[in-house]
Design a protein around this ligand. Structure first.
Ligand SMILES: NC(=O)c1ccc[n+]([C@@H]2O[C@H](COP(=O)([O-])OP(=O)(O)OC[C@H]3O[C@@H](n4cnc5c(N)ncnc54)[C@H](OP(=O)(O)O)[C@@H]3O)[C@@H](O)[C@H]2O)c1
Length: 349
């Protein structure tokens, strides 16, 4: 027994569920919080609490005294940026207030942030972004969440860290942000319709620089930042280490599905997919796939937003490398592996 004990807020999500599996595989005990039941094994102690409700969180977050490491990966979308900021700040504060006073052996609090720290969602920003760049204006909720952590750390022995990925790539059903399930479901549907793989975004997005963060690499970075004393009380950008333009990558993506790449054909995927649930169900039956809801598996509205951002998206990962996290990954290889994992899981043919 290695004596490490994690509490993960947002354990059903893309980053949280994969983090839970990584830690479990390394012999950690894991408790996870989310409202819905995560698709994980019975090794996980799941607490079904609504962190937006302070009283519910306080009542349900019990039996956590021996936790050593906290990982905050919860996320709620808002209808507006203001609402998103308010909801997520409250979500995090409620969680910290319910959890921290009960934990007797706390060593570290890790909060997952993202490239929106630099304003990626607002428009062109200084690239490649560095950790010491100023937060965007108006600030995204990461700033307020971090202030809540700092306030609670005063006078305590535990340390904090944060990681800042870009588009996180991997498997999670029901994730609010997941480019890989979007591309996989979109390609499967276009192939079934006998269409080429059109790039559904704008020409400017096709030509802009971008990057991705493999979820496994991100989770390993989160673990490193939370356990290596050199990383204590620091923020780190985390990406695969390369960058690409879709105008270079798209034909390779088409090849991953045995398809011809189409030209840019700007469309709103959320609209296009509205009448495709029947076709998706038919494809699942025809190919013996597991049952997934087309709109839960692939967050189309998120993809529409990403494919219409026409500016460069790039971070420097030099700081993490200098502090001791040196893993890198080729993004094309990552996509090929992830789509092949989806096939093994029988999510796509
Ligand atoms: N995914 C990406 O591409 C990406 C990129 C950059 C940064 N990030 C950052 O990484 C963090 C995690 O993102 P993610 O993509 O992993 O999110 P996600 O897949 O949507 O997961 C969010 C998790 O939070 C839980 N949650 C939401 N509302 C809750 C509530 N009221 N009470 C308890 N749990 C609640 C969800 O479960 P329930 O809904 O069942 O409660 C789910 O388990 C976010 O800060 C995000 O900004 C993500």
């Amino acid at each position: 027994m290695i004596g490490k004990f994690a509490l993960i807020a947002g354990v059903g999500g893309m980053c949280g569920s994969n983090m839970a599996q990584l830690l479990h595989g390394k012999g950690w005990k894991v408790i996870g919080i989310s409202r819905g039941a995560p698709e994980l094994g019975s090794w996980l102690r799941h607490i079904p609490a609504d962190l937006l409700e302070a009283a519910d969180a306080k009542a349900k977050l019990t039996g956590i005294e021996d936790v050593t490491h906290v990982f905050y990966t919860a996320l709620l979308n808002g209808r507006t940026l203001d609402e998103e900021n308010e909801l997520n700040t409250r979500l995090c504060a409620n969680f910290l207030d319910a959890a921290l006073p009960r934990i007797r052996k706390l060593e570290h609090v890790h909060v997952l942030e993202g490239v929106k720290q630099y304003g990626y969602h607002l428009g062109p920003y200084r690239t490649p972004a560095r950790e010491d760049d100023p937060a965007c204006v108006p600030a995204y909720f990461y700033e307020a969440q971090h202030a809540h952590v700092l306030k609670r750390q005063a006078g305590q022995a535990w340390t904090w860290s944060t990681t800042r990925p870009g588009a996180v790539c991997g498997y999670a059903n029901g994730a609010r942000i997941n480019l890989m399930t979007v591309i996989a479901a979109y390609a499967t549907i276009m192939k079934a319709l006998g269409e080429p793989l059109y790039f559904p975004g704008t020409q400017a997005t096709y030509d802009a620089l971008t990057f991705t963060s493999d979820v496994g690499l991100l989770n390993r970075a989160m673990l490193w930042a939370s356990t290596d004393p050199r990383a204590a009380n620091q923020a780190f950008n985390i990406g695969n280490g390369d960058a690409f333009r879709w105008n270079f990558m798209w034909e390779r993506v088409a090849d991953m599905f045995g398809m011809k790449p189409g030209p840019v054909k700007t469309m709103k995927l959320a609209e296009v997919m509205k009448d495709k649930a029947g076709l998706w169900a038919e494809l699942q039956k025809r190919h013996g796939l597991v049952a997934t809801d087309l709109f839960r598996l692939a967050p189309w509205t998120y993809a529409d937003t990403v494919f219409s951002r026409h500016w460069d998206n790039a971070i420097s990962t030099v700081k993490a490398n200098r502090f001791g996290f040196t893993e890198m990954m080729d993004s094309e290889e990552m996509m090929r592996r992830i789509f092949s994992e989806f096939r093994s899981r029988k999510v796509i043919p």
